[in-house]
Design a protein around this ligand. Structure first.
Ligand code: ATP
Length: 252
């Protein structure tokens, strides 16, 4: 591993060419200070790619910037979707264009049922799937259509959060720590769902994760973020083989 961790050394490796999503020199932060520095990413249509990094590396901040959340403030750089700059767009315009997010900690409406949660997403989307189509990937949810989200397990809520994003019929799905806090057998189920959504539905997937094993199980290309800088773009094999790299940047 090179000791030269200047983010500019990775820029050429991620040189965009017709990517679905391109993040180019992104700088972003909060009132408390800058968090992202010169972040470059390129996700091709049909890919399944992860963004890895320790606690506080800036992963969620990156996702929120791509989705156009109120925070962080974008301080510089560009975000392009299908070649068009979206960095100044409101989040609903990005969603209407085909970008859906599965937020950290699921954020389902606790007192709404499975069907009501999914219907809300359908009603807000420009070109949604039907209810049955959105639930087709989740036999578990189909069996509990009337159940309120607050009475569901973490894994079931994660499926519901993914079903809501899927209901919007997106081209690009962003997931923020989809495996966080889930039991191992549920992690495997969610891995299968995310992999199927990519392989069978043809939806491009970009996800943030701290569970490195789960990320390696479904993606083969990973960006590594450290203290707001992209320090490398690596394959699963590279992460498996390089213990020093894992410890240094992923804490495992
Ligand atoms: P985690 O896995 O812990 O969520 P992360 O890699 O997703 O980590 P971020 O949540 O993006 O990291 O946080 C990056 C930095 O930005 C941290 O120092 C965090 O304290 C700070 N930060 C995040 N959200 C805010 C906010 N709303 N206001 C101020 N600072 C924030």
């Amino acid at each position: 591993m090179s000791s030269d961790w200047d983010a500019s050394t990775t820029a050429d490796a991620t040189e965009p060419s017709g990517a679905l999503l391109e993040v180019d020199g992104l700088a972003a932060g909060y009132d408390t200070g800058q968090v992202l520095f010169d972040v470059d990413l390129a996700i091709e249509e049909g890919e399944l790619v992860s963004l890895l990094g320790r606690n506080g590396a800036g992963k969620t901040t990156t996702m929120h910037a791509i989705m156009g959340a109120d925070e962080p403030a974008v301080l510089g750089g560009d975000i392009r979707y299908r070649g068009e700059s979206i960095v100044d767009w409101q989040s609903h315009r990005r969603a209407n264009r085909g970008i859906a997010i599965v937020p950290e900690k699921r954020r389902c409406f606790p007192r709404l049922s499975v069907v009501e949660n999914v219907r809300l997403a359908i009603n807000h989307a420009q070109n949604p799937l039907g209810l049955d189509e959105a639930l087709a990937f989740f036999p578990e949810l189909d069996d509990m259509r009337g159940k309120e989200a607050r009475n569901m397990s973490g894994g079931e809520q994660q499926m519901l959060a993914i079903a809501r994003a899927l209901a919007a019929n997106p081209d690009l799905m962003l997931l923020d720590e989809p495996f966080e806090g889930l039991a191992p057998y549920i992690v495997r189920r969610i891995e299968d769902i995310v992999a199927d959504i990519n392989a069978e539905q043809g939806i491009t997937v970009f996800f943030v994760e701290q569970n490195v094993a789960a990320a390696l199980a479904i993606a083969d290309r990973h960006y590594v973020l450290d203290e707001g800088h992209i320090v490398d773009e690596v394959t699963s094999d590279r992460i498996r083989e390089d213990e020093e790299f894992r410890q240094r940047y992923l804490g495992v």
